[in-house]
Design a protein around this ligand. Structure first.
Ligand SMILES: Cc1ncc(COP(=O)(O)O)c(C=O)c1O
Length: 320
């Protein structure tokens, strides 16, 4: 089964396999516990992205994302582990200006991991900054796209899917679907490709938290087709679907997702994050009966501290 990934450059960053646990009437695959840098889904992608960088002799890494990007934080942690220089071009697009959002959570950790952080106001300025870094570092620069979602990064979730399929076979053979937050698309694309390679017959339901369903679906479709060509795996189009989960906007909380954070924390001691996993978990039951579902916990927990003001206020009393 692992043959599908044979000979791909790779560096070891996470602690695998992550646990598969019965929690809250469902199953949770704990990729939030992947280890390095407080963990999360991006470590799986970075193992292949930075493996390719090492194979190319690159010593400097740049990536981009929102100010509270988990992908940026884990890129910084992985670079610290591997002795690579790291630049983060962080775009202040989420409509928040409070001190927690600007300075705590992932931003605090980026700094501790020694990354050089470039905060820019919009995507056009980010593109200019990236171009400047490319000119400065030339071939020594590894430029990682938003969320690590290209055909190399998505291999991480092909590997993650092979791991999950083996656990489901052993622990929860009745599970029929995976529910997971989707934004840059590499996690869902890698999962559906890896699950197809493993011969697992269930479905993947992505909950779109960054944009509308059409845009999120198009991202996943493109990556599934690239990965399929690359790996020689064909994916049945009915094996995956994308649901709406954006709510009031990317990085903007709503009562349902804040409630999901509070309820799961109090019921199980497991923390969801306010931008991705809480929005996905709030839609869990729309995908089907939770007893037959595995929720892929993709991490993001450090962002809880950046969203402290939202969590302190009780949404049920808002407007009273
Ligand atoms: C915690 C968390 N969950 C889910 C995702 C979505 O993964 P993808 O970008 O591969 O769609 C991200 C992406 O940043 C994330 O940080």
């Amino acid at each position: 089964m692992q043959d599908v990934l044979a000979d791909r450059p790779f560096v070891d960053l996470g602690r695998w396999p992550t646990p598969l646990e019965p929690v809250d009437g469902t199953w949770i695959k704990r990729d939030d516990l992947s280890g390095l840098g407080l963990g999360g889904n991006k470590l799986r992608k970075l193992e292949f992205l930075l493996g390719a960088a090492a194979a190319a002799g690159q010593d400097t890494v740049v990536t981009t994302g929102a100010l509270q990007s988990n992908h940026a934080r884990l890129t910084a942690a992985a670079c610290a582990r591997l002795g690579l220089a790291c630049h983060l071009v962080l775009v202040a697009t989420v409509p928040r200006s409070d001190q927690h959002y600007r300075e705590s959570g992932n931003v605090l950790l980026d700094d501790l991991f020694g990354a050089t952080v470039h905060v820019v106001p919009d995507h056009a300025t980010a593109e200019r900054e990236l171009e400047h870094l490319r000119r400065q570092h030339g071939d020594r620069l590894c430029s990682i796209p938003l969320g690590g979602s290209d055909r190399v990064g998505a291999l991480g979730y092909v590997a993650g899917a092979l791991e999950l399929a083996a656990q489901l076979d052993a622990q929860a053979p009745h599970v029929r679907r995976v529910v997971v937050a989707t934004s840059s698309g590499g996690t869902v694309a890698g999962l559906v490709t890896g699950l197809a390679a493993a011969g697992w017959a269930g479905e993947v339901h992505g909950i779109a938290v960054m944009e509308d369903v059409a845009a999120a679906t198009a991202r996943v479709e493109r990556l599934v087709s690239e990965l399929g060509d690359d790996l020689g795996v064909s994916v049945d189009r009915t094996a995956w679907t994308v649901h709406a989960g954006l709510g009031p906007g990317y990085g903007v909380t709503d009562p349902a997702s804040l409630d999901a954070i509070r309820r799961l924390a109090a019921a199980s001691g497991i923390l969801l994050d306010p931008v991705y996993t809480a929005k996905a978990y709030a839609h869990l039951d729309e995908a089907g009966p939770r007893t037959e579902t595995v929720f892929l916990h993709t991490g993001g927990v450090p962002a809880l501290f950046a969203y402290q003001p939202d969590l302190v206020a009780d949404p049920t009393t808002e407007g009273d």
